[in-house]
Design a protein around this ligand. Structure first.
Ligand code: GLN
Length: 446
C-alpha cells in the first residue's frame, strides 16, 4: 500500500510506470501475508516488484512501449514473471521503456519519456528507463529490465542504482518480447548488489521453453557476497579511457578502482582493441534481428490494426506505418537492407566476423584478470530532447556496454559517485557465468 501510494502521488513527475496493477498487487500482498502466517514464506514473499513492459504478464497489458501493443494483454506469463509470482512477489505494475527496447533515453516510448528522478529535465537512460527511474525514486524496491546493448546497465548508471546483465542464456527469454534474440537478456535492477543477488536467485535457471537458456546449476548468489577481494585481479581497458569519456567520469571510476586496491585487489592495464567496432557491428546485427522479429506485428494476430483496410497489403502497410514509431521503423529498414541478398556478405556476415573478434578479445583478457572495470557510460544523464534528432550521437552512448552483449558476457553497473549532481556508474565485467563473482565484487564496494 505504501508503494502504491507513492506511485499515485509521485509518478506524475517521473512517468516511470505504464500500467499500475493495484488490485492484483493488493491481492498478492494478502496472499503473502497468509504465507508468512503459515510459515511458508520464501526470500521474496511479499516484496514488491515492477516488470519492464516487455515481460508478458497474463491478463495485464504488455505494451513494449509501443502503440502497436497498446491494446495487448498477454494470455500467458513470461517465465521471469511466473518465477517471481511463485516466489511470492507482489507486482506493482509495468514500467516505461523505449519502444521495443530500441533506445538509450526512454524518449522513443509511445507513452512519453520517463524522467530522471535526480533531475527531471534529464533522461533516465534506456531502454529500461522506467525501471531505473522507479527504483531510484523509491516507487518500487526492485524492477526487472532487459539488456540488448546496455539497457539495464546504462539506466542503472544514469539513475544511480545497481543493475546486472547476466550471461546470455542464464535467464529465460520466454515471454520477453524479442528485440534482437541473440543479444537480449533479462536481469535485475535494484538499489544494491545484495538486492540484485536476491532477485537473480529467483530469475536464473534453465527453462525448456527457451532453447538458448542454459542448463547449468544456479548458485545461491547471496552466499558469496562477503568473500574477500584480496588477490582479485582487475583489468582496466585502455580503450575505455579515451576522449569519448567525460574526464570527470574517468576520475570517479579511477577513484572507485583505488578503493578496490585498498580491499586487496591488484590492477593492470589491458587492451580491448575492437571496442570501437562494437557500435557498427551492433547496429547491423541488432536491426537485422529486429527486422525479422518485428515482422510478426502485421495487424493479423494481435495488437494494433489500422481502420478499414482496403486489402491485405493495405492493412500491412498502414498497420505498421501507424503502429510503429520513427526509431523502430529506422531499425527495421536498416535491418532489412543489411539482410538483402546482395548486401548480406558485405554487412551482416562482416558484422558477425567482427562480433567473433570482439568476443576473442574479451576471452583473452579474462584469462589474465578476474574482472574488467571501466565506466558504464561516457556521460552522465543528458537533457530530454538533446540527442533525439541525432541517432548516431545517441548510439554512441552505448560504446562501453554493447560489446558485452556481442560477446554474451555478464556485466554490472554500480553507482560510483556523481558528476554535476548526477550519478555515474562503474561497470564491472566478468567471465561467462561469473555473476556470483560480480555481485561479490560490487557488494564489497557498496
Ligand atoms: N541503446 C541500445 C539500442 O538502442 C541498446 C538497447 C537495449 O539494450 N535494449 O539498441
Amino acid at each position: 500500500q505504501a508503494y502504491l501510494e507513492r506511485i499515485k502521488n509521485e509518478d506524475n513527475r517521473y512517468n516511470s510506470f505504464i500500467t499500475v496493477t493495484e488490485e492484483q498487487a493488493l491481492e498478492q500482498a494478502r496472499a503473502a501475508d497468509a504465507a508468512i502466517a503459515a510459515g511458508t514464506a520464501g526470500a521474496f514473499t511479499g516484496l514488491p516488484i515492477a516488470h519492464k513492459d516487455l515481460f508478458c504478464t497474463q491478463g495485464v497489458r504488455t505494451s513494449c512501449g509501443s502503440k502497436m501493443l497498446d491494446n495487448f494483454a498477454s494470455p500467458y506469463d513470461a517465465t521471469v514473471v511466473a518465477k517471481f509470482k511463485q516466489a511470492g512477489a507482489v507486482m506493482l505494475g509495468k514500467t516505461n521503456m523505449d519502444e521495443f527496447a530500441m533506445g538509450s533515453s526512454n524518449e522513443s516510448s509511445f507513452y512519453g519519456a520517463a524522467r530522471n528522478p535526480w533531475n527531471t529535465d534529464c533522461v533516465p537512460g534506456g531502454s529500461s528507463g522506467g525501471s531505473g527511474a522507479a527504483v531510484a525514486a523509491r516507487l518500487t524496491p526492485a524492477a526487472t529490465g532487459s539488456d540488448t546493448g546496455g539497457s539495464i546497465r546504462q539506466p542503472a548508471a544514469l539513475c544511480g542504482i545497481t543493475g546486472l546483465k547476466p550471461t546470455y542464456g542464464r535467464v529465460s527469454r520466454y515471454g520477453m518480447i524479442a528485440y534482437a534474440s541473440s543479444l537480449d537478456q533479462g536481469g535485475p535492477m535494484a538499489h544494491t548488489a545484495e538486492d540484485c543477488a536476491i532477485m537473480l536467485n529467483v530469475m536464473a535457471g534453465f527453462d525448456p521453453m527457451d532453447s538458448t537458456c542454459l542448463n547449468r546449476e544456479v548458485p545461491d548468489y547471496t552466499a558469496t557476497l562477503n568473500e574477500s577481494l584480496a588477490g582479485l585481479k582487475i583489468g582496466l581497458p585502455k580503450e575505455y579511457f579515451s576522449e569519448a569519456l567525460d574526464p570527470q567520469i574517468a576520475e570517479r571510476v579511477k577513484a572507485a578502482v583505488a578503493e578496490f586496491e585498498k580491499l586487496g585487489a591488484t590492477v593492470k592495464e589491458v587492451s580491448l582493441p575492437r571496442t570501437e567496432l562494437s557500435i557498427p557491428a551492433y547496429y547491423i546485427i541488432a536491426p537485422a534481428e529486429a527486422s525479422s522479429n518485428l515482422s510478426r506485428f502485421d495487424g493479423v494476430r494481435y495488437g494494433y490494426r489500422c481502420e478499414n483496410p482496403q486489402d491485405l497489403e493495405d492493412m500491412y502497410k498502414r498497420t505498421r506505418g501507424e503502429g510503429f514509431g520513427a526509431e523502430v521503423k529506422r531499425r527495421i529498414m536498416v535491418g532489412t537492407y543489411a539482410l538483402c541478398a546482395g548486401y548480406y556478405d558485405a554487412y551482416y556476415n562482416k558484422a558477425q566476423q567482427i562480433r567473433r573478434l570482439i568476443q576473442q578479445d574479451f576471452i583473452r583478457v579474462l584469462e589474465e584478470v578476474d574482472v574488467i572495470m571501466g565506466p558504464t557510460t561516457p556521460h552522465p544523464a543528458f537533457r530530454i530532447g538533446e540527442k533525439n534528432n541525432d541517432p548516431v550521437s545517441m548510439y554512441m552512448e552505448d560504446i562501453f556496454t554493447l560489446s558485452l552483449n556481442l560477446a554474451g558476457l555478464p556485466g554490472m553497473s554500480v553507482p560510483c559517485g556523481q558528476v554535476n549532481g548526477l550519478p555515474v556508474g562503474l561497470q564491472i565485467i566478468g567471465n561467462y557465468f561469473a555473476e556470483a563473482k560480480l555481485l561479490n565484487v560490487a557488494h564489497q564496494f557498496q
